[in-house]
Design a protein around this ligand. Structure first.
Ligand code: IFM
Length: 454
């Protein structure tokens, strides 16, 4: 058995997002988000559901926070719903929307949990999409106004703030048509992403302007490193490199180095998808941050030959090295991502692993009333092992958040993919803590665990 230990002040949390847990889609003046509108289009959500009710956290927040408390959760990551605060996107604040978050934050503080808030987790107000959404440069101003209201209202109670969660989601929504709002143009995707980065910078600028001395602000980027299947093969290496450029590097470079990489610029030039950029943009985007939020679930293996790639996947599957979603189990991904941040970006600010988790399907309580999700236990332990290793080597990692406290509305797969430490029956709203929830609770209590040697 290996002993895995974390320091007393290492924060163990859970991560959630407004659109995925809140429901109450039209309660107390909230207007539709792009995901409410998108989910109504036929065929876009696997199980045909919408986020209108979901876990109904809007009405169940007290019970859900009490549940998190029983598990010993030390920090609760959530996001604000922009269309609850500004039903018209900008202009008039909806006091009832603000009141909901005041109740949530008060409940978290009463239960000794550190609130960790994200300003934008994919759910743009639909009214703003109708004005061009992330393609309209005015969005930087709209976002800034929204951010300032929240800083003023909650600055004294929320210590950790993220401007944006996973900017790549906006690219997927404008370039690939898969996510809301469902556009399919590479140029739109790159332009929308450039504006998201500007909004991030504007958020940080306003945070400093509001003089939020006790708070810390950062951005949350998902880093799933791409690896060539055959490291000696040029085509595989080129493919993996391009994917690394198009994914995490297209955010990390502007934020930490003040510009896009020349490889990405060449790609955008060659593919006629160069966004409109203006003087001063990168000064706004590149601003000192207080922490970096790392979302890491896995790595990706690329191969120029599809047949070989499929064969490799099959091999790993039969080897039992696969999670329930058919993806490879590679917990070292988080350690590699931390190393990359240090080596390629000389990152010297603290890191929080702001999301990590694995889905299951057809997961329901058995005859004994329990959910025996041993795959999720193996997954969480595996990632924590590699985080502990990175800590041992002196990396400044301050916390870890499991995605997610509850099964929730998982975007395109609706309620089909279940990521929770707690099972949710979406008919009755009954919650059942899974074995992984019990394990995580014990890990938090002991500030560590024993890892069986296999
Ligand atoms: O559910 C999502 C979350 O909204 C963003 N990060 C990945 C999670 C799991 O897919």
């Amino acid at each position: 058995m290996k002993q895995i230990r974390f320091k007393k002040d290492f924060l163990f949390g859970v991560a959630t997002s407004a659109a995925q847990i809140e429901g109450g889609a039209f309660a107390d003046g909230r207007s539709a988000s792009i995901w409410d509108a998108f989910a109504k289009k036929p065929g876009v959500i696997g199980d045909g559901t919408t986020p209108e009710v979901s876990c109904d956290f809007y009405h169940n927040y007290k019970e859900d926070i009490a549940l998190a408390k029983r598990l010993g959760i030390e920090s609760f990551r959530f996001s604000f719903s922009w269309s609850r605060i500004f039903p018209e996107g900008c202009g008039k604040v909806n006091e009832k929307g603000l009141d909901f978050y005041k109740r949530v934050v008060e409940e978290l503080l009463k239960n000794d949990m550190v609130p960790n808030a994200t300003l934008y987790h994919w759910d743009l107000p639909q009214v703003l999409e109708e004005k061009g959404g992330w393609l309209n440069r005015d969005i930087v101003k709209w976002y800034g106004e929204y951010a300032s209201v929240l800083f003023r209202e909650f600055g004294d109670r929320i210590p950790l703030w993220a401007t944006i969660n996973e900017p790549i989601a906006t690219y997927v929504g404008y370039a690939q048509g898969i996510f809301a709002p469902g556009h399919s143009s590479e140029l739109m995707g790159r332009q929308a992403n450039h504006h998201v980065l500007l909004a991030h910078g504007e958020g940080v600028r306003r945070f400093r302007e509001e003089n939020m001395k006790d708070g810390k602000i950062g951005i949350v980027v998902d880093v799933w490193k791409h690896h060539p299947l055959r490291p000696e093969n040029e085509a595989d290496c080129a493919l993996a490199e391009l994917e690394n450029e198009k994914t995490y590097r297209s955010y990390l470079h502007p934020v930490f180095k003040g510009g896009y990489t020349s490889a990405l610029l060449n790609y955008m030039e060659a593919n006629h998808c160069m966004p409109d950029m203006q003087e001063g943009d990168f000064e706004l985007i590149r601003q000192p941050l207080d922490f970096f939020g790392l979302n890491c679930y896995n790595r990706v293996v690329d191969c120029a030959d599809d047949t070989l790639l499929e064969a490799d996947r099959k091999k790993k599957r039969t080897g039992g090295n696969f999670q329930d979603n058919g993806a490879e189990f590679y917990p070292r991904a988080v350690y590699d991502a931390i190393h990359m941040l240090k080596e390629d970006y000389e990152l010297s600010i603290p890191i929080y692993v702001t999301e990590n988790g694995t889905p299951s399907y057809n997961e329901t309580p058995g005859a004994d009333g329990c959910v025996h999700d041993s795959n999720r236990i193996q997954y969480i332990r595996g990632f924590l092992y590699w985080i502990a290793k990175a800590l041992e080597e002196g990396n400044d990692i301050r916390g870890y958040y499991v995605w997610s406290l509850l099964d929730n509305w998982e975007w395109n797969s609706g309620f089909y993919s279940r990521y929770g430490l707690t099972h949710v029956d979406f008919e009755t709203q009954e919650r059942t803590v899974k074995d992984s929830g019990k394990l995580y609770s014990q890990v938090i209590k002991d500030k560590g665990f024993e890892l069986p040697e296999d």
